[in-house]
Design a protein around this ligand. Structure first.
Ligand code: MG
Length: 418
């Protein structure tokens, strides 16, 4: 029954028929996997078959190498220019035009580009849905809800389309990017099918005909049985494991995507927490390094420290320690009591100045206070080796220490002085 037919080893079938009324088949088809297209030459004009053939040929040449909606739409626009250019060159006749519905299939998705009222459908789980929207007068009325699908099928203006290739150089092309799964079936068809039979019948044929060739034949036969008032073209494409992502793979991707985002967020949060902790560490160490305090131990002398008494998480805050020449039992009792409390100061200089005051005001030091102070209460600086023993208690001592004390015997916070 078919006039033009293409059979291939991949699971698709392309079939077109002149119908029962028209003398000429003005539809043109392209089935060049992964690209498939139907163009329906405008029946109301002369040379519809020229327009559809020009458009299909231009589409074939201009289609992107990989399925891409923007690239496919651009190819349809080039096909539009080819039809317009054909008119200018005298190929065909003034006013010729054509619809164009094209699809390119990639693993996991299909991209569609469409102008006019040739349709694309998706059959999934025995349920048919229309991918494209008709650019026709009745299509607009149907979308607005002013007529029903059945009324649209019988409407006197059902053949009037509102957008076609061949007239407007700035043609708008609708595109769709649809996820496809293994087991899905795609249908492209001209209005010679959809004006003759209902979607429910298309759905039933596509569902019950396992072989795409049988499905295509049955669809065309059903349109012929209904009257065959127009040229009838169908392309049935089965999505196989190679073409479409399997449901399992898609499900895995759905689970994988949020997980990868979760890792990203976790890394961002870890980086932020690390940055905050490092900031806190350096701010704390900067503060601790400036501070100083006094203490004593079993050796009976006063020690001066850089840092703070105590520890955080077993992390000692005393950065350096030096013995002084000041003996505890020669200080006034109130000063001895104060030093037992480990008084803290803004700086080593402030701590030293305070200790000098204590020495001057202690009666046992009245005779020797100035001599002792001039000589220096400590014989070494309490320096902090940055990046060295930072955070670890230690002595900077060296040389001789007063009052029989030795640097090695300097107590550190939390440890008993020898
Ligand atoms: Mg038609």
């Amino acid at each position: 029954m078919s006039k033009k037919r293409a059979r291939h080893t991949v699971p698709f079938a392309a079939l077109t028929h002149v119908g029962s009324v028209r003398a000429l088949n003005e539809d043109s088809l392209l089935a060049l996997p992964p690209l498939y297209a139907i163009a329906d030459g405008l029946g109301g004009h002369q040379s519809g078959e020229v327009a559809s053939a020009l458009a299909i040929d231009a589409l074939r040449k201009a289609a992107p190498k990989q399925p891409d909606a923007v690239g496919l739409a651009r190819a349809v626009q080039i096909a539009n220019q080819a039809v317009i250019g054909g008119i200018a060159k005298g190929v065909g006749r003034e006013g010729m035009g054509t619809t164009m519905t094209a699809v390119m299939i990639a693993p996991g998705h299909a991209v569609f580009a469409q102008v006019g009222d040739s349709r694309a459908y998706l059959l999934r789980n025995r349920s048919l849905s229309q991918v494209t929207e008709d650019h026709s007068v009745v299509g607009a009325m149907l979308r607005s809800g002013s007529i029903t699908a059945e009324e649209a099928r019988r409407h006197p203006q059902r053949a009037v389309i509102t957008r076609a290739l061949g007239s407007d150089p700035g043609l708008n092309v609708d595109t769709y990017d649809v996820t496809v799964l293994r087991g899905d079936r795609l249908l492209l068809c001209s209005d010679g099918l959809t004006t003759m039979i209902e979607d429910s019948e298309i759905e039933a044929i596509l569902t019950t005909s396992l072989d795409p060739n049988h499905a295509a034949e049955k669809l065309v036969q059903a349109a012929l049985d209904a009257g065959g008032n127009d040229n009838i073209s169908v392309i049935v494409i089965d999505i196989t494991e190679d073409q479409g992502a399997s449901a399992t793979a898609v499900a895995a991707m759905k689970h994988k995507k949020p997980r990868s985002k979760l890792w990203l967020w976790a890394l961002v949060w870890l980086a932020l927490v690390a940055a905050v902790l490092v900031g806190i560490y350096f701010a704390t160490m900067s503060y601790v390094e400036e501070r100083s305090y006094l203490s004593t131990g079993d050796s009976g002398i006063v020690y001066i420290h850089r840092g703070l008494p105590g520890a955080i998480l077993n992390f000692h805050l005393t950065l350096a320690t030096s013995p002084t020449f000041v003996e505890m039992d020669r200080l006034a009792p109130e000063y001895q009591a104060r030093i037992e409390m480990k008084p803290s100061f803004q700086s080593v200089g402030e701590a030293l100045s305070e200790l000098e005051t204590m020495v001057r005001r202690s009666p046992d030091y009245f005779d020797t206070a100035e001599y002792l102070i001039e000589r220096g209460l400590i014989n070494v600086d309490v320096q902090v080796p940055r990046g060295g023993s930072s955070g670890l208690p230690g002595s900077t001592g060296g040389g001789s220490a007063g009052a029989g004390a030795s640097p090695e015997s300097a107590p550190t916070d939390g440890e008993a002085a020898p």
